[in-house]
Design a protein around this ligand. Structure first.
Ligand SMILES: Nc1ncnc2c1ncn2[C@@H]1O[C@H](COP(=O)(O)OP(=O)(O)O)[C@@H](O)[C@H]1O
Ligand SMILES: [Mg+2]
Length: 246
C-alpha cells in the first residue's frame, strides 16, 4: 500500500471532526473522495499532509511503508506527498518559478540545473495553456480563480509526487479550465503513482478512470464503491447513502 490511514481520529480546536476513519490507496490507483460540505474532507487531507492545526488523537497514517502520523509537513513532501489546496494562498514577493524551484530543491535535496529546469517548466506551462509570463509573477497574487488552480496543477506536475491529493482543485472553474485540469491530471498519472481527488465535478471524473469512490460522512468513510457510486450519489444524495450504511 502507498497510503494507509487506520482508525484515524482528528480534532480541530478541541472539536472531533474525524473518528474511526480508514482509507487505503495503492500505486496506480485513482481514488475520489466525496461527502457533504463540512464532512471533514479537507480535514482529512490536511491531516495527511501534516498541517499543524489538525490534531491526531488516535490512529495511524502510513505512507510508502513509513509511519508519518506525527512527521513534520516537509518530511511528508520529501516522502512524495503533494496537496493542492482548496484555497491557494497569495505570496507577494515570491515568484511562481522561484517558489517551485525552492520546493524542488527542498524535496529532492539536490541543486537544480537552471537551463534544464526552465525548459521543463516552459513545456509544462505550455501543456496547461499557461502564459510563460506567469512564471515570473508573484505566487497567486492577482491570479484569477482558474489561474490559481492551474498554478496548483503546474506545481503538481513539476513536483511529480508519489501521491497527489487535489482538494476541489476544479471548483469554480469554467469548462475550459476544467479540461486543462483534467489534462494535467492525465499527464501526471502513471502506473507507479496515485491520485486522491476531492471533487463535486462530474466532468472531471468523466475524463478519468476512477478505481474507487469513497463517501465521507459522520467522521469516517461510510461507503466505498467503484465509479458508479458517483451516479448513485448524484441520483439519491448523500443522506440516503449514509442511511443505508447504518
Ligand atoms: N481550522 C478550523 N477551525 C475550526 N473548525 C474547523 C477548521 N477546519 C475545519 N473545521 C470544521 O471541521 C468540519 C469539517 O470541515 P472541512 O474538513 O473543511 O469539511 P469539507 O472539506 O468536507 O467541506 C467543519 O465543521 C468545519 O467547520
Ligand atoms: Mg473542503
Amino acid at each position: 500500500m502507498l497510503l494507509e490511514v487506520k482508525n484515524l481520529k482528528v480534532s480541530v480546536d478541541g472539536t472531533v471532526i474525524l473518528n474511526g476513519l480508514n482509507l487505503s490507496v495503492d500505486r496506480g490507483e485513482v481514488h475520489v473522495l466525496m461527502g457533504p460540505n463540512g464532512a471533514g474532507k479537507s480535514t482529512l487531507v490536511n491531516t495527511i499532509m501534516g498541517h499543524p492545526q489538525y490534531k491526531v488523537e488516535a490512529g495511524t497514517i502510513l505512507f510508502d511503508g513509513e509511519d508519518i502520523t506525527h512527521a513534520p509537513a516537509n518530511e511528508r513532501a520529501k516522502a512524495g506527498l503533494f496537496l493542492s489546496f482548496q484555497n491557494p494562498e497569495e505570496v507577494p514577493g515570491v515568484t511562481l518559478e522561484s517558489f517551485m524551484r525552492t520546493s524542488r530543491v527542498a524535496v529532492t535535496g539536490k541543486p537544480v540545473k537552471l537551463f534544464a529546469y526552465k525548459k521543463e517548466l516552459a513545456e509544462k506551462m505550455k501543456a496547461l495553456d499557461m502564459d510563460a509570463e506567469y512564471a515570473s509573477r508573484y505566487l497567486n497574487v492577482g491570479f484569477s480563480g482558474g489561474e490559481k488552480k492551474k498554478s496548483e496543477i503546474l506545481q503538481m506536475l513539476m513536483e511529480d509526487p508519489k501521491l497527489a491529493i487535489l482538494d476541489e482543485t476544479d471548483s469554480g472553474l469554467d469548462v475550459d479550465a476544467v479540461r486543462i485540469v483534467s489534462k494535467g491530471v492525465e499527464n501526471y498519472k502513471n502506473r507507479d503513482n496515485a491520485l486522491l481527488i476531492i471533487t463535486h465535478n462530474t466532468k472531471i471524473l468523466e475524463a478519468l478512470t476512477v478505481d474507487y469512490v469513497h463517501v465521507l460522512m459522520d467522521g469516517r468513510i461510510v461507503r466505498t464503491g467503484d465509479g458508479r457510486l458517483v451516479d448513485e450519489i448524484n441520483r439519491n444524495g448523500f443522506q440516503q447513502i449514509s442511511a443505508a450504511a447504518v
